[in-house]
Write a protein that binds this ligand. Structure first.
Ligand code: AMP
Ligand code: MG
Length: 333
């Protein structure tokens, strides 16, 4: 198998960070995940860029590595239904779908459960979470070693095509992954099918490796499409149901009153306010992204009529943070 890396952990990885997906490297990669690093790994669909889904800063680094200008929700990879039930709520029909297609390339969007310890950033503030149990032996072995659910979007830069070979990941993400586990080209080479099973009607959000026909056979009925129902997003850019605070938002401001809630960033002096959260006093955008969604909820829950946000730089993850704040501030009915 072609690979330009080291055959054992301890031997230094060459540029590109490609390593063979053997037991030693998978164990090492699991350790890297637990320490908050990113690991690229093969699944039966495409290569994924994985992070510990319970570690907000690790998840923030995924967005940073992909260079996404917005926070799109990420798919969480688990070993099976047992682990998935800690994170999401599965209706009878959702369970039936997991029995038919897991492990395999079917992603189910379900309501988050109260017991979920997955970072808010994974769901980009949505009350739902996308879960899938991959079939690829390397992905499964990594899940076992990491002992964590893995938040993993496709391992490519935002806007680029998905990577089906370790070399593609190396070319696209370079040194962003601590290691790229190489198991050759991925079997399907196509993304997972994404189904929403939040309401009563399962809805197709993204066509993929599992066909609509196969799903309809299990459901025994016609599958609704995301664009047929206005309440369900057809694509990430249309996620209108993104968490919107009840309070009004005032952006790029440095002044507030004692009744306002304040979302600060960097070395901002704390003045009297109804609630005050600094996303990162040291001005670290990764830390800020990790805390953004939880902070918005907490400030909103303070009961303040207005949330005042101090300016956040526009570079790196700042672009996605500003995009999110702009959406939260947009007028709505
Ligand atoms: P990728 O990042 O390429 O693995 O794609 C992930 C896909 O899953 C995107 O189309 C996301 O919009 C979709 N997705 C993930 N989580 C959710 C969610 N909670 N609700 C709706 N769609 C989701
Ligand atoms: Mg993708």
């Amino acid at each position: 198998m072609p690979n330009n890396g080291a055959s054992k952990p301890g031997e230094k990885l060459k540029q590109g960070r490609i390593a063979p997906a053997n037991a030693e490297w998978i164990a090492e990669a699991g350790q890297m995940i637990r320490s908050g690093a990113l690991v690229a790994f093969p699944t039966e669909t495409v290569y994924g860029l994985g992070a510990d889904a319970t570690n907000g800063e690790a998840v923030a680094r995924v967005f940073e590595a992909k260079g996404r200008p917005t926070f799109n929700p990420l798919i969480v990879h688990v070993l099976g239904l047992e682990q998935a039930l800690i994170i999401g709520q599965f209706s009878p029909v959702a369970r039936r779908l997991t029995e038919a297609f897991w492990p395999g390339p079917l992603t189910l969007v379900v309501p988050r459960s109260d017991t979920s310890d997955v970072s808010d950033l994974v769901s980009a503030g949505l009350p739902t979470v996308a879960l899938r149990a991959p079939e690829h032996p390397v992905a499964r072995a990594l899940l076992v070693e990491a002992q964590r659910p893995l938040a993993a979007p496709s391992a490519n830069r935002s806007g680029h095509v998905s990577a089906t070979q370790a070399q593609h990941v190396a070319a696209d993400l370079g040194e962003k992954a601590a290691v790229i586990l190489d198991a050759g080209p991925t079997p399907h080479g196509m993304e997972s099918t994404v189904l929403s099973v939040v309401g009563d009607t399962p809805t197709l959000l993204r066509p993929g490796a599992i066909t609509v026909e196969a799903i309809e056979e299990v459901l025994g009925e016609h599958l609704a499409r995301g664009d047929e129902t206005s309440s369900t997003p057809a694509s990430p850019g249309q996620l209108e149901s993104h968490y919107a605070p009840r309070a009004k938002m005032r952006l790029n401001a440095f002044e507030w009153g004692p009744d306002d809630a304040v979302l600060a960033f960097g070395p901002v002096a704390e003045a009297p306010a109804r609630a005050f959260i600094n996303l990162s006093p040291s001005g670290d955008l990764v830390e800020a992204a990790a805390h953004l969604f939880a902070a918005l909820r907490t400030l909103d829950a303070s009961g303040a009529a207005t949330i005042v946000a101090t300016p956040i730089p526009k570079h790196g993850l700042g672009e996605a943070i500003n995009d999110r704040l702009k959406r939260a501030a947009a007028p709505r009915d």
